[in-house]
Design a protein around this ligand. Structure first.
Ligand code: ZN
Length: 102
């Protein structure tokens, strides 16, 4: 799977879940306006930070109540944390390197 395929899959899953949670077009427009003023690296940092904040909030709530030995939610949270944390550490390293290059 290439990056565009991965994004398309994630967008489709997110669209469906956003519908379930009642996300409105106005909320999507507000998010797009926030991102429009940022450069590519800032958009990535903003998106990664937002996703990690959401995952951490879900993880905290779920961990407090989950007693299942095999839990798909715990597996998904663990996977999301690993991927997002790796991405954030990469963004941080690149941001520091970018600052040194200026
Ligand atoms: Zn669980």
């Amino acid at each position: 799977m290439n990056a565009v395929d991965a994004l398309n899959l994630t967008i489709a899953r997110t669209d469906a879940t956003a519908d379930l949670y009642g996300v409105t077009p106005a909320e999507l427009d507000a998010g797009a306006k926030t991102l429009a003023g940022l450069d590519w690296q800032e958009r990535n940092a903003f998106a990664a930070s937002s996703v990690l904040g959401t995952i951490v909030a879900i993880a905290g709530e779920h961990q407090a109540e989950c007693r299942r030995p095999d839990c798909r939610t715990c597996d998904a949270v663990r996977s999301g944390l690993a991927t997002t944390l790796a991405g954030l550490r990469t963004l941080k390293r690149e941001t520091i390197d970018r600052g040194r290059a200026r």
